[in-house]
Design a protein. Structure first.
Length: 139
């Protein structure tokens, strides 16, 4: 998967907020702790430092949604993080992103914090981020 493909998938998936550019993905992936998991249909960008992993973003192209790819990608990045010594995982999700929240809950995440007005919306008020965490003792 190329940086341009990542940016295209991200832009197709994130229509209510500003998607990330190929340059931003390049900058993130130049960090030795950051890696991409998946392909142009669905990918996750993660960071693993010591015993903690963070999901920076996950995106499924709309043409490939509702096929289980995001769940597979979540499992794959959890396993990759565990293989690097991570025992806990964190992520942020927009409070109005109900499909993503349902996915994360199905992957054993629970809310552990909130960031007020964290996500900017193109045509509306900013939305809180829910901070979620899970133990990586299961895929």
């Amino acid at each position: 998967m190329t940086l341009q493909e990542m940016a295209q998938t991200h832009a197709a998936a994130f229509t209510r907020s500003r998607p990330w550019t190929a340059e931003e993905f390049s900058d993130l992936l130049n960090n030795p702790f950051t890696q991409a998991i998946g392909d142009a249909r669905c990918f996750a960008l993660i960071k693993v430092i010591a015993d903690e992993a963070e999901l920076l973003t996950i995106a499924t192209h709309p043409d490939h949604q509702r096929q289980g790819l995001a769940r597979e990608c979540m499992t794959a990045w959890h396993l990759a993080a565990q293989s690097q010594g991570a025992t806990r995982a964190f992520l942020d999700v927009a409070a109005d992103n109900h499909p993503a929240i349902a996915l994360y809950q199905a992957c054993h995440y629970s809310a552990c914090g909130r960031r007020k007005a964290y996500y900017r919306r193109k045509n509306g008020p900013n939305v809180d981020a829910i901070v979620m965490e899970c133990a990586l003792d299961r895929p």
